[in-house]
Design a protein. Structure first.
Length: 370
């Protein structure tokens, strides 16, 4: 006997238990309420009170889900003999039966939202239908006809995919200007691993040197202590530095800024010479500015260093007048004033100061972005 399925009623519904957050009511249910009718070959209602069923969601010949496996590509239930753990037993009243497909109980496996959404094509699936197999005795199963194509209700499940949006799936064209503001993002909700590398580089490009109050470099930075690193490990930074602070074909050094002040290179801008050198650094030769480490730059280039120095200067002494009695600037009876000045080399003045020339300063560490 053939048992054609004569009519369907599809309803998507969700339930919220007392005490749950009100936002739970807004979640898309992962179930589909389904009601159908089994009729005999002559169109009359099947008279039994209990039937045996197998359900599957199909697209053409592809099975997207069935009630006992719930996997992406389960076997077609029509090609196997249903056994234990595969069949759903349902009450039937004048041929009518109902079920909440995908409620997760027993052999009624949950329905993933991807059944209605093709993540590879990034599009909603079309032509998804429900296929039903029925048996009055749990022995011989017949595929009821016709398969039923879903209307809008089950496709609401696709909205649940937004909970697990793939990286970079939402492009700037999908977001209106100014719509994602700071108060819409929870603190720490976007980890560094989810931030596009180009965006991060645009904020702080590789090679940027910053003063830092800590003793351990934060993520994305290295301490400026002259360390040697592999170019393959830090390609962006090695490309920017280009052995300016030392290195060879495979290794490069970060700048060693321990105990050093920074000075702007008195050089054209390096972008086609849009402006000339300022002329503020009188010592730009390779002798006056040697390399920081082997393989580094010398002279008027990023990476060279310069020793401490005092600018050339002199200390003058005023002329001194002594009288015959040896008293400075005083005339006595019978005495003679003698005026004289010392000539170079002048006698040394008293020593004063410390071990270096420096401005008021405070200690920090320097870090560099890689």
């Amino acid at each position: 006997m053939k048992f054609p399925l004569l009519s369907y009623l599809l309803i998507a519904s969700g339930h919220v238990a007392l005490g749950q957050s009100p936002y739970a009511a807004l979640q898309v249910p992962k179930q589909i309420q389904y009601q159908g009718r089994v009729a005999t070959g002559t169109g009359g209602a099947w008279a039994g009170t209990e039937g045996y069923f197998v359900f599957a969601l199909v697209q053409g010949t592809t099975v997207l889900w069935n009630n006992w496996q719930g996997t992406a590509s389960p076997a077609d239930p029509g090609t196997v003999t249903p056994g234990a753990g595969q069949v759903l037993t349902l009450a039937v009243n004048q041929g009518v039966f109902s079920i909440r497909l995908g409620d997760g109980s027993g052999t009624n496996q949950q329905i993933p939202a991807t059944v209605f959404f093709d993540s590879t094509a990034n599009a909603v699936r079309t032509g998804v239908k429900l296929a039903v197999w029925f048996s009055p005795d749990d022995i011989t199963f017949t595929r009821l006809s016709p398969d039923v194509e879903f209307t809008a209700a089950p496709y609401a499940m696709v909205a649940g995919i937004a909970e697990t949006v793939q990286d970079r799936a939402i492009t700037t064209l999908k977001i209106a200007d100014g719509q994602v503001t700071g108060n819409k993002l929870a603190d720490g909700s976007i980890p560094a691993s989810k931030i596009d590398g180009n965006f991060s580089q645009s904020l702080v490009p590789a090679g940027t040197i910053l003063s830092f109050g800590g003793t351990i470099a934060p993520a994305g930075y290295l301490m400026c202590a002259g360390q040697l690193y592999s170019k393959s490990t830090y390609p962006a930074l090695s490309t920017v530095l280009n052995n300016a602070f030392g290195g060879d074909a495979t290794m490069f050094r970060v700048p060693d800024l321990r105990g050093r002040f920074l000075r702007g290179t008195d050089d054209p801008d390096g972008e086609g010479g849009a402006y000339s050198a300022a002329g503020r650094d009188p010592n730009v030769s390779a002798v006056d500015r040697p390399q920081m480490n082997d393989g580094g730059n010398t002279g008027n280039a990023v990476g060279s260093v310069q020793a401490d120095e005092l600018k050339n200067h002199s200390h003058l002494m005023n002329s001194v007048v002594f009288d015959s009695g040896g008293r400075n600037g005083t005339t006595v009876a019978g005495g003679t004033n003698y005026g004289f000045s010392y000539s170079s080399p002048y006698p040394a003045t008293s020593s004063t100061g410390g071990i270096e020339t420096r401005p008021i300063n405070a200690n920090v560490n320097y870090i560099i972005k890689y």
